[in-house]
Design a binder for this molecule. Structure first.
Ligand code: CTP
Ligand code: MG
Length: 265
């Protein structure tokens, strides 16, 4: 696969060039697990807000013509200003919309902002600022090749146990040990045929019939699975990890330092 094969401005043969791709970036979370401070997406990594890294990671793909950022509800103007302040590719359009109470709601608000003509949608966590462009392109490619829902994922390193939850600190009885070789840890960007993802959100609208309780769906592909639509996994990347806890910030800074060192040579 080459960058050119996904370049929307370049005519190609044998593939559907009428497909246009947008990325929706849910960035409206507080980042409770990261500890006190600004909303997670606005915290700096190597001096640049995490969100800007994530926006660049999407815009770096030549196939992505539009990026919709779903900002914390009270920070939409600040986020617009941030996008204006940072150098971003000219060929990409940017839109900022205020987010909702859950990730699911934020993604839906992002989908509502998509113009006509977009047929492929990526949903990418602002909290995964370092995903390499090759992973982004591989997801888009799989959707364009006909898969309605594509998730990048990696095999697990830890064995996983299903437990019967107990109060914090109390020993929890083990119920099952799924075979590790059959499990994958799912990342983003997840890629979708637009109509399929919109249908999933309409079917499982927060509060409506079929809605996930409490938090809403933390994974768009899970909602598409519930529609009975086939979801496929493509290889993820270790640098697409989610910044969730303080130690993840240390890892993210180290990845950026390694990239800078490699750029010098
Ligand atoms: N997100 C969102 N709107 C929400 C909640 C989450 O757009 N109401 C986004 C986050 O900004 C993040 C992504 O969904 O980019 C994945 O969520 P997560 O890693 O859980 O981030 P937070 O919800 O911010 O973190 P925490 O759960 O620790 O509070
Ligand atoms: Mg969360």
């Amino acid at each position: 696969m080459t960058d050119e094969s996904l370049d929307e401005s370049r005519p190609t043969t044998g593939r559907d060039t009428s497909r246009r791709t947008a990325a929706v970036i849910p960035a409206a979370g507080r980042g409770i697990r990261l500890g006190p401070g600004a909303p997670k997406a606005l915290r700096a990594l190597s001096g640049t807000p995490m969100l800007i890294h994530a926006v660049r990671a999407m815009a770096d793909s030549r196939a992505v013509s539009l990026v919709v950022v779903v900002a914390p509800a009270d920070e939409a103007t600040a986020v617009k200003n941030l996008l204006d302040e940072h150098a971003l590719p000219e060929r990409t359009d940017f839109v900022v919309v205020p987010g909702g109470e859950t990730r699911q709601e934020s993604v839906r608000l992002g989908l509502d902002a998509l113009p006509a003509g977009i047929t492929t949608v990526l949903v990418h966590d602002a909290a995964r600022p370092l995903v390499p462009v090759d992973t982004v392109d591989a997801v888009i490619e799989a959707v364009r090749d006909g898969a309605p829902a594509v998730v990048p994922a990696l095999p697990l390193t830890d064995t996983v146990k299903q437990v019967e939850p107990r109060a914090k600190g109390e020993p929890e009885p083990v119920v099952a040990t799924p075979e590790r070789a059959l499990l994958r840890a799912v990342q983003t960007p997840q890629g979708f045929d637009r109509a399929t993802l919109v249908r999933a959100h309409e079917t499982f609208a927060a509060g409506g019939e079929g809605a996930a309780p409490g938090e809403g769906a933390t994974d768009c592909a899970g909602m598409v699975e519930q529609l009975g639509v086939q979801v496929v996994v493509v290889p993820g990347h270790e640098e697409a990890f989610k910044v969730t806890r303080p130690l993840d910030l240390v890892l993210a800074e180290a990845v950026l330092a390694r990239r800078r060192a490699n750029d010098v040579f």
